[in-house]
Design a protein around this ligand. Sequence first.
Ligand code: OOB
Length: 555
Amino acid sequence: MLAGCTPWPPEFAARYRAAGYWTGETMDAFLRDRARRFAGRTAVVGGAERWTYADLDARADRAAAGLARLGVAPGDRVVVQLPNVPEVFEVVFGLFRLGALPVYALPAHRRAEVAHLCAATEAAALVVADVHAGFDHRDLAERVRAETGGPARVVVVGDAGGRAGFTPLAEVRRLGEGQEPPAPAADPADVAFLQLSGGTTGLPKLIPRTHDDYLYSVRASAEICGLTPDTVYLSALPVVHNFPMSSPGFLGVFHAGGTVVLAPDPSPATCLALIEAHRVTNAAVVPPVALLWLDAVAGGAHADRDLSCLEVLQVGGAKFGAEAARRVPAVLGCRLQQVFGMAEGLVNYTRADDPAETVFTTQGRPISPDDEIRVVGPDGAEVPEGRPGELLTRGPYTIRGYYNAPEHNARAFTPDGFYRTGDLVRRTPTGHLVVEGRAKDQINRGGEKVAPEEVENHLLAHPGVHDAAVVAVPDPYLGERACAYIVPRGAAPGRGELLAFLRERGLAAYKIPDRVEFVAAFPATGVGKTSRRDLRAAVRAAHARPAPAPDGAGG
Ligand code: OOB
């Protein structure tokens, strides 16, 4: 097992193998097997590219050999920050083939996050796009290297701009051309890749997922979602996120032999056109995107589009309210599936044969009969069925610990290995879960997760900030937005200046507070040392009021 990771206790591993969940397949063997079975079928459509399963497999061979010649070795960690371009699959499967571990960064991440990922994983390489959505990721890579001294290699999908130490993917392919692909050596019980957690603490945590556990969730998800070789799946969200990756995501589609269509952005204009053009059957979105699509279609703006091919819209990542949920079949003419998952593991789905009310009003039930669910009160004891409490879970695809985080793990997991999700849920008699709220310090900005402490730490670095508390404020569209309450030191700095300061520190745009409020002091929260958590709760209680119309400050 990768050093710094917590394996499942042997008796659990044995049970999961005996039950047929863990089959000993690696991510690399998975692609090889799919390429054999579905060779000539279309695996990926993105931009002008259309790759068959055999194409993807051959590209993985070349990428693996080329990356090896570049000096990437089995066991190396490689940070991958790519938008929805087909090359993301070429790179990621190339890394798996080589036995290297992808570390996934979201396209929205900026210097602070990418530098942290590179440093925390001692990454051997960083893979970026050249320019995406007007942002030059080569500049980002350059600054990360200047600030942290790593990683040694940068691979650029597109134009590397002739920068020293930067290699275009085209050159990696050339290096790999005609070479024997490296012999896959990965242990299926070992970590295959690292995902970034939404986080509740100062620095985002890394989630180690094994071949065995992840592929179980993929196979089971593909089955629950009824994917077939005829499935055409639109990825409207960045594919490196757990939801479009494995719930059932592109991996579920590859498992079934279907086709993944990559959307460059989630807007209705882009996505509805792709749905019609490629006869998309399944799509996955976060609630704000679902609302945009619903409003666009209901408003008649896309009346000429034939969306009759769309069978299922999956909505997850944040709470999707029952009223919005009911509009999905009514407006889009397709079935809704709610998805409540987490990169740490547990994923819940509403099922195709669930009564409509269950689909509208619950967030689904777990994938596996061996997903253990506990709903507990503040004392840690289970609450009666139907009462809300914190969701704890353990099972065949839920991690037992974050990467290199023993202190955090001691808080985030119970002594007997249950992950404390921080989500407040209620369980129905059918075993479906209804998300009622949150016990953890996290802001869910329309599916994008913000750790208040991380943003506070950046704010506290400003000389004009004496103290800072970042809290969630309700928002009709995103569910929540972030408000920063600031106790200034001396004259209050300007709002714009503070936000520019955060951007300059390289924080992703979705973490930049939507509102800034200045206060003379924070409410007293008792005697002695005040935890930041208590402080946030007190600030929320004392200052919360309805959020004004979005000011777009968060971008
Ligand atoms: C997904 O994964 P993450 O890791 O970005 O975020 C997990 C957290 C959950 O703990 C919960 O707080 C929230 O996101 N969440 C939901 C939800 N789905 C996720 N809250 C309410 N309702 C839902 N349907 O977000 C993720 C991973 C795999 C599949 C789907 C979503």
